[in-house]
Design a protein around this ligand. Structure first.
Ligand code: AMP
Ligand code: GLY
Length: 419
């Protein structure tokens, strides 16, 4: 089979590498991919949001199956477009991807179907939103309704922060139309865990759990980033909590979407907070997480393509999704300055040596090729995943890999996997 993977980050590299293990695949394309992905797939220079060009490419090259890594094309309706043209594609249609595309929608869905989440109110008018926060307790959480590259969530500790936040989102339109509406919600506390799941519209199969370190610096200091590292499994996600999540959150979400005529096929990413009152949904995503995928997929012991096909065909209940009895940790090597401004173009040394080590995976995120050498080309440059029998071993392995790779101004956290 010929497969096309849409996206260009470490997540897509992890998807490509796992698909390479499938005996059913003889060709993998990735659009647009990156320098590292081009060693494992044929990269095609088409943007992930250029749906028309992707469709033309898939038709011209007889692509049998397409996998979408990124959120934007899903929310824009890439799956509808491919299906309308008779092509097989893995991911939710536009009317289901809305669980990530609109926080107001997903909150309403959870309220209607009694799925545990923070209490909230939705506003599309600045004055009304401001009057509401004035009467509210602090901290308060303000979220832009639409996609905002993971930056549309503000935790405000007092009225002046809340006013400034609302102004940025609703009046200055910092996130464009994504901020025409805001969700204002109660501040919850507790550890967070990410549980991604395969869905075929009816059946939901959770993957092994993971935890993400979102802040830039050690000890969870500094700005929020796309993710500085991950580990799997989570220490707090016990079997008991997993059972509660399955019954109160995962199954009800999938059946709610089906009842609403928004059958979800693809990946639902449940961002959960384990509060004193039990697990609650912080957010839904309609795709694999980045860098969660870089610790989850190396632990998968089944054929990923077979699972994807079962999701599309609606027979996931016939598939045995198996996991290895091990652990994984991923350390992100970022460009100094990320998530704010940073320089690009530094030569990266040591990638090959690191890639050749047992139990270490090097996933490329922001790399390019120049004169036959890898150079830095983004905020998050590489994800180095270590595999071990347990978390301690996996973390040790990941940092062993990190030591081998060098580039100017590199920044990484030294506490990935520790709590
Ligand atoms: P989101 O993009 O919705 O995942 O939010 C980003 C981060 O903001 C989450 O990972 C949480 O750490 C935090 N957050 C979001 N909603 C809440 C909430 N209601 N209470 C406390 N923290 C929250
Ligand atoms: N790591 C968080 C996300 O992919 O949304």
């Amino acid at each position: 089979m010929k497969v096309l993977v849409v996206g260009s980050g470490g997540r897509e590299h992890a998807i490509v590498l796992k698909l390479k293990e499938s005996s059913k695949i003889d060709k993998i394309y990735c659009a647009p991919g990156n320098a590292g992905i081009s060693q494992d797939a044929e990269c095609v220079n088409i943007r992930a949001t250029d749906i028309k060009a992707l469709l033309d490419f898939a038709k011209e090259h007889n692509v049998d199956f397409t996998v979408v890594g990124m959120d934007d094309p899903l929310v824009m309706g890439i799956v509808d477009e491919f299906e309308n043209n008779g092509l097989r594609i893995f991911g939710p249609r536009k009317n289901a991807a809305i669980i990530e595309g609109s926080k107001a929608f997903s909150k309403e869905l959870m309220k209607k179907y009694n799925i545990p989440t923070a209490k909230y109110k939705t506003f599309n008018n600045f004055d009304e939103a401001y009057s509401y926060v004035k009467e509210n307790k602090f901290p308060v959480v303000i979220k832009a309704d639409g996609l905002a590259l993971g930056k549309g969530v503000l935790i405000c500790n007092n009225l002046s922060e809340a006013e400034a936040g609302l102004r940025q989102i609703m009046i200055d339109k910092k996130f464009g139309d994504s901020g025409s509406k805001v969700v204002i919600e109660e501040f919850l506390t507790g550890p967070e865990v990410s549980v991604l799941s395969f869905c075929d519209g009816t059946t939901v199969v959770p993957m092994v759990s993971a935890q993400d370190h979102k802040r830039a610096f050690d000890g969870d200091k500094g700005l929020n980033t796309g993710g500085m590292g991950t580990f799997s499994p989570s220490r707090i996600y016990t079997d008991e909590i997993a059972n509660i999540c399955m019954e109160k959150i995962f199954k009800p979400t999938v059946s709610a979407l089906k009842k609403e005529g928004r059958e979800f096929k693809g990946i639902i990413y449940f961002g959960l907070m384990i509060t004193q009152e039990g697990p609650k949904v912080i957010e839904y995503n309609a795709r694999f997480g980045d860098p969660e995928t870089q610790v989850i997929l190396p632990r998968l012991d089944s054929d990923l393509l077979e699972i994807f096909e079962a999701c599309v065909d609606g027979n996931l209940d016939n598939i045995d999704v198996k996991w290895k009895d091990n652990a994984a940790a991923c350390v992100i090597l970022a460009s100094g300055g990320y998530p704010e401004s940073y320089q690009k173009g530094f030569v990266i040394e040591g990638i090959e040596e690191c890639t050749n080590k047992d139990d270490i995976f090097v996933y490329h995120a922001g790399t390019a090729n120049k004169d036959g050498k890898f150079i830095t080309n983004g905020g998050r440059v590489l994800g180095i995943t270590g595999i071990g029998k347990n978390l301690d071993e996996a973390i040790k392995k990941a940092y062993e890999g990190v030591k081998l790779v060098k580039f100017d101004s590199v920044h990484f956290r030294k506490d990935i996997g520790i709590k």
